[in-house]
Design a binder for this molecule. Sequence first.
Ligand SMILES: Nc1nc2c(ncn2[C@@H]2O[C@H](COP(=O)(O)OP(=O)(O)O)[C@@H](O)[C@H]2O)c(=O)[nH]1
Ligand SMILES: [Mg+2]
Length: 170
Amino acid sequence: MEPLKIVITGPVGAGKSTLIRTLSETEVVDTDAIATEAIGKPTTTVALDHGTLRLDGHLLHLFGTPGQERFDFMWEILAEGALGILLMVRADRPETLPVARNILDFIKSRAPVPYVVGVTHLDQPKVWQPEEVALFLGTPLEHTQGLDPRRPEEAVRPLVRLLELIGTNA
Ligand SMILES: Nc1nc2c(ncn2[C@@H]2O[C@H](COP(=O)(O)OP(=O)(O)O)[C@@H](O)[C@H]2O)c(=O)[nH]1
Ligand SMILES: [Mg+2]
């Protein structure tokens, strides 16, 4: 099986590491360290998360990026050779959407490949709906999906969609 490199990106706390841990069939490599910014959790990804998943006859290598902008040099490294991007955003933290848009623009400028937007934390009070997130980011609604990355059957959905988009592009 030809491995496909997929980048999982988005602001801190969006659920990137959770999604990779939920789905990976191999032991997850993570590089969480004590967070130096007040980001609402004690540790955060500083370099990358890595996991693998077989899906529809493909072997996906999932590379999670750091969310903090001071690690943006890692976005460039991780975007190299990527075939698809999953941008994750939190529905309950609309103030992080400008960061999400910056990350998406940055990675798209390096790796102009198909992407899907995954909207998490929809179970929280006072959330933006996926439609509103899509409007803000200027992305097509059919490329935007709500998911709870803690649930395997939901976590896999944006990757299925991404594979469809990659397929039609290949
Ligand atoms: N309630 C709720 N919690 C979530 C959801 N997605 C992720 N989380 C939690 O949010 C926290 C941050 O997730 P994490 O994967 O570390 O985010 P990352 O910074 O993008 O890697 C973790 O405690 C997750 O369990 C969701 O859809 N709903
Ligand atoms: Mg993380």
